[in-house]
Write a protein that binds this ligand. Structure first.
Ligand SMILES: C[S@@+](CC[C@H](N)C(=O)[O-])C[C@H]1O[C@@H](n2cnc3c(N)ncnc32)[C@H](O)[C@@H]1O
Length: 263
């Protein structure tokens, strides 16, 4: 199964409203990467938010930096982003454009001082993962920070055992483990990465790794809405202590890698 941009675009066009609701809600899958963004974002930054979705992260970043460019493959998602950005009074600081992370030719070399690509976007480009990372690094300035996320192979398979019926879990887990990808929506596959697969691609593209996180690793990222609301902030604090522990890297649903362009 090779990367099919049309299928990804169609799938996100169809679930754009749901995606928007998810980005606006509190979830560890949203909040942990946001904590890392806040840690590295500088007021002088010019940011690329690649696969930026409906703009909630872009708005947060634009409030704290010079400028944000959000690129996304789904025109429908971008329409929602435009509304959110307008409602937040941020239209002057955020550019929106349709595009694909595996081919960022609309941007020149070294245009951005912070490049963010989180929320599984990298996983959708399947075999073009290396090409996408090279594109993200190409548009970053020397010494720029890149924050890149993807689905985690071991973490995803581990979480499966909380997700599916007992009698089918082993077969499904083995299939997904061996394939290194899963069907995220009809005809849309997402690649699962190990820590070393992700970090090797990022290093080969000319970066040094600063830190890696497993997000979230304490609790299933889909089921946490059933967790008591009053404890979710506390859970986030605890996750932030756990998520970079070397012993746990790879166990969360997603991986997050912070890197610096050195080449
Ligand atoms: C799960 S959402 C994450 C949105 C946001 N980055 C976040 O973390 O909340 C994934 C987004 O990536 C976009 N996307 C998927 N494949 C893409 C690609 N190849 N290039 C650009 N955007 C893509 C989707 O349209 C969707 O908006």
């Amino acid at each position: 199964m090779l990367y099919n941009p049309e299928a990804v675009r169609k799938a996100y066009d169809e679930i754009a409203d749901k995606e928007d609701g998810f980005e606006k809600g509190f979830s560890l899958r949203n909040e942990i990467p946001r904590m890392f963004i806040k840690k590295y974002l500088e007021p002088s930054d010019s940011v690329l938010d690649a696969g930026g979705g409906s703009g909630i992260n872009a708005i947060m970043m634009a409030q704290r930096s010079q400028r944000v460019t959000l690129v996304d493959i789904s025109p429908k998602v971008l329409e929602l982003a435009a509304t959110n950005i307008h409602n937040a009074g941020m239209t002057e600081k955020i550019d929106l454009t349709v595009g694909d992370i595996s081919d960022l030719r609309q941007f020149g070399d070294a245009e951005f001082s912070l490049v963010v690509c989180i929320g599984g976007t990298l996983s959708y480009v399947l075999e073009k993962g290396q090409q996408a990372i090279r594109e993200l690094v190409r548009v970053a300035r020397r010494d720029a920070i890149l924050i890149i996320g993807c689905d985690s192979k071991y973490g995803f398979v581990r979480w499966l055992f909380n997700e599916i019926e007992a009698e089918s879990q082993l077969e499904t887990a083995l299939e997904i483990y061996e394939a290194g990808k899963y069907e995220a929506a009809e005809g849309v596959f997402a690649r699962l990465y190990t820590v070393s697969e992700l970090t090797t691609l990022i290093q080969d593209a000319g970066c040094e790794i600063i830190e890696i996180a497993s997000t979230p690793c304490l609790i299933n990222s889909w089921e946490q809405s059933s967790y008591p609301v009053e404890e979710q902030r506390g859970l986030l604090e605890l996750e932030m202590k756990f998520c970079t522990a070397p012993e746990l890297l790879g166990t969360g649903h997603h991986l997050l890698c912070v890197a610096r362009k050195i080449g």
